[in-house]
Design a protein around this ligand. Structure first.
Ligand code: 13P
Length: 692
């Protein structure tokens, strides 16, 4: 349904665009013709005498420009909302005008398409109703019109279209219309244009007779004409059928000297004839009269008839003679006919055997220096029109080609942008998945009390932490890992949904005669859920090797404990840039033997030994770099997904002041805190870093 709707809207848009472009263009190439049409409308409204010519001419160019620009904007879907509204408003006005011309018939042809396409007033009304409906459709769904050019390049089409159409108008005003749709175009034979073909439809007339008898007056037709007792008063004849009208029906020349009709003489002349056409010598441009006089001299030399055809009064003719020294003969013709023949005042026509073979505006008269032989030997004597095809090619090259190239370039650019955006969206999606994963994996702040606090103090601290976090739920998982002796008591005071409990160590043996040791099973029995294993202090001071730790890991897991497994390098190792190697060996030696299922119970804590309790924190970038590395080796071992789900913590002089910076790194999922976990406020400050 929506596809159908989009299709319908775009069809309406195309109809409007092409119609407006065509009507704007044909008006623009004939600004004077459009001006005459506007004057016809003004005359029908009895306003002609109040509107000066410059207003109607400017109006004609503005109208052409508006229509052409609207068409182009519609075609390229530029400013869709505004343009569709403006087009609808324009069509409302146009339709109202055509309703008026349909009813009142003040002009014979609406002039919508200049002389290119002539429509009757009825056809014009129908056309405008269709266009109005199409405009309303586009106004209702402007955004359904697909763009032909990206927004950032629209200004090019806008300016190019406006400049092109204004230049076209100005050029055609200076020269002559590029396309000549009138019956007097180059190549037209005037005599042939006047012929009425045999069997052509004849005009029909009806005569009404007004007769009187005994003081009573009545109207009769020939069919019911009464007897002779009725006395004739008057008669009226009206035309009831138009009949065939030849394309040229108003070409008649009268010699101003003799008053003779010389039409036949001119049209029957074998060879060339110059006609200097001026609808009004009073308003004719006299700047090129020198050239005109020279062409007349040339015509005289080669015995070519030369007439100035005008609709001017004798007074104006004499004024012109005085002004220009014109010696050529003058004859008169109908003004409208002269306006139709050539859109230049004056303009020059060259006929050969009644066929128009050349037409020049007074601004572009033939070069007089080249008139050195009879016309048949010169280019001037050959038909000078380029032909429609070559003119269309020129329009194609000057307007359509650059626009098409621009559109194609723009579309390729838009397409590549779309592809780039799509790729970016894909990578954003992957990044989002990664971020979500990060959100999915646990954020943890764990405290390692080490060998601090007696039982009472420990329980008191645990209570305090518990209360604080129950009152203000943390944004992460919180664990406190205490000495063995605290475990059972602390377990009693903790809400383990808020604060989980862990041990700092467990034995590498199941049970038995191991004086001083605490087994994983015992730890678990206190209520603890976690155990720290592999802490550097245990490795260093109690010589726990990778093998011992491996045993402890297995026993802890076997007893249902989760493991905070520590790793980290010494200062010397870091200086020797061996940190990655050391950490990898620690993990490989004690935890990488686990299967994927067991791995889910491992939290890794990277604690560079040089940063533990020294106040020397690894920078967030150093920590991030190492944690990213650990994640990558976990990914190598357990796969990307497992790596994304593994929580990896940083430990070593982590405080409330540096925790936010550390925790902002994508691979740092929290901290294992020593010194700062011994005071509730300090510890909570770190926990709260996850809220920032
Ligand atoms: P500090 O936070 O005191 O540096 O200790 C870190 C640590 O070893 C945690 O296990």
């Amino acid at each position: 349904m929506s596809k159908l709707r989009i299709l319908a809207v775009n069809l309406c848009r195309l109809i409007l665009a092409l119609t407006f472009i065509l009507s704007g263009y044909v008006k623009a190439i004939d600004p004077l013709g459009t001006q005459y049409k506007l004057k016809d409308y003004a005359a029908a409204l009895h306003l002609a005498e109040y509107i000066p010519d410059w207003i109607t001419l400017t109006g004609a160019i503005a109208l052409a420009m508006t229509e052409f620009a609207l068409g182009m904007f519609m075609l390229f879907a530029i400013q869709r909302r505004l343009v569709s509204k403006f087009t609808t408003a324009m069509m409302v006005v146009m339709t109202l005008i055509t309703v008026w011309i349909f009813i009142a018939n003040p002009v014979k042809d609406c002039g919508c398409f200049g002389d290119a396409i002539k429509l009757t007033n009825g056809e014009t009304l129908l056309k405008n109703i269709v266009l109005l409906a199409a405009a309303i459709v586009t106004m209702l769904r402007p955004m359904d019109m697909g763009r032909l050019i990206s927004k950032s390049n629209q200004w090019i089409v806008t300016n190019y279209s406006l400049i092109y159409i204004v230049c076209t108008s100005v050029y055609c005003l200076y020269a002559l219309p590029t396309f000549d749709f009138r019956p007097y175009h180059i190549g037209a034979n005037i005599k042939k244009g006047m012929e009425i073909p045999e069997g052509a439809e004849q005009p029909e007339f009806e005569t009404t007779f007004i007769l009187k008898k005994n003081g009573q007056t009545r109207e009769f037709t020939l069919d019911n004409y009464p007897d002779s007792t009725w006395e004739f008063v008057d008669s009226k004849t009206i035309q009831t059928r138009q009949g065939y009208e030849p394309p040229i029906h108003d070409f008649s020349l009268t010699d101003t000297e003799t008053g003779e009709d010389i039409t036949e003489n001119v049209l029957n002349h074998k060879g060339y004839t110059f006609l200097l056409i001026s609808r009004s010598l009073a308003y004719a441009d006299d700047s090129n009269f020198g050239d005109i006089d020279q062409i007349y001299e040339y015509a005289t030399e080669y015995k070519i008839p030369f007439y100035c055809v005008t609709a001017s009064t004798d007074k104006d003719i004499n004024r012109w003679r005085d002004l220009t020294g014109a010696e050529y003969p003058f004859c008169t013709a109908d003004e409208t006919t002269l306006k139709t023949i050539i859109r230049s005042n004056p303009g020059l026509l060259l006929l050969k055997d009644a066929t128009i073979i050349g037409k020049w505006s007074h601004n572009q008269l033939p070069d007089t220096e080249e008139l050195t032989a009879s016309p048949d030997k010169l280019p001037i004597g050959q038909q000078t029109d380029d032909g429609v095809t070559s003119k269309l090619i020129k329009v194609l090259l000057t307007f359509l080609l650059p626009l098409t190239v621009l559109t194609i370039a723009d579309r390729i650019w838009a397409w590549s942008k779309w592809v780039r955006n799509k790729e970016k969206k894909e990578s954003d999606k992957i990044f989002q998945i990664f971020k979500n994963k990060r959100k999915m994996r646990k954020k943890i702040v764990a405290g390692n009390w080490k060998m601090n606090l007696n039982l009472q103090d420990g329980v008191a601290l645990a209570k305090e932490i518990n209360e604080a976090l129950v009152a203000e739920k943390p944004n992460c998982e919180v664990i406190i890992c205490t000495p063995f002796i605290h475990l059972a008591s602390v377990a009693q005071v903790l809400d383990q949904n808020v604060v989980a409990l862990g041990a700092e160590n467990c034995a590498d043996k199941v049970k038995g005669a191991y004086t001083g040791e605490v087994s994983a099973e015992m730890v678990k029995s206190t209520g603890a859920q976690y155990v720290i294993l592999g802490h550097s202090e245990r490795r260093q001071y109690y010589h726990e090797t990778a093998e011992i730790l491996k045993e402890k890991v297995d026993l802890a897991l076997a007893n249902g404990l989760k493991i905070l497994f520590c790793c980290g390098e010494t200062l010397e190792e870091r200086k020797a840039e061996k940190q990655n190697e050391v950490v990898k060996a620690e993990l490989e030696g004690s935890v990488f033997h686990l299967d994927a299922e067991a791995w889910k119970n491992i939290v890794i804590a990277y604690e560079p030994i040089w940063a533990i309790g020294t106040g020397m924190t690894a920078t967030s970038d150093q920590a991030e770099e190492m944690l990213a590395y650990i994640r990558s080796i976990v990914a190598e071992k357990y796969g990307q997904e497992a790596a994304e789900e593994t929580s990896i913590l940083y430990g070593g002089s982590c405080k409330a002041s540096n925790a936010p910076e550390l925790f902002s790194k994508p691979n740092i999922d929290g901290g294992l805190i020593g010194g700062a976990s011994l005071k509730c406020a300090d510890f909570k400050g770190i926990i709260d870093a996850w809220k920032k």
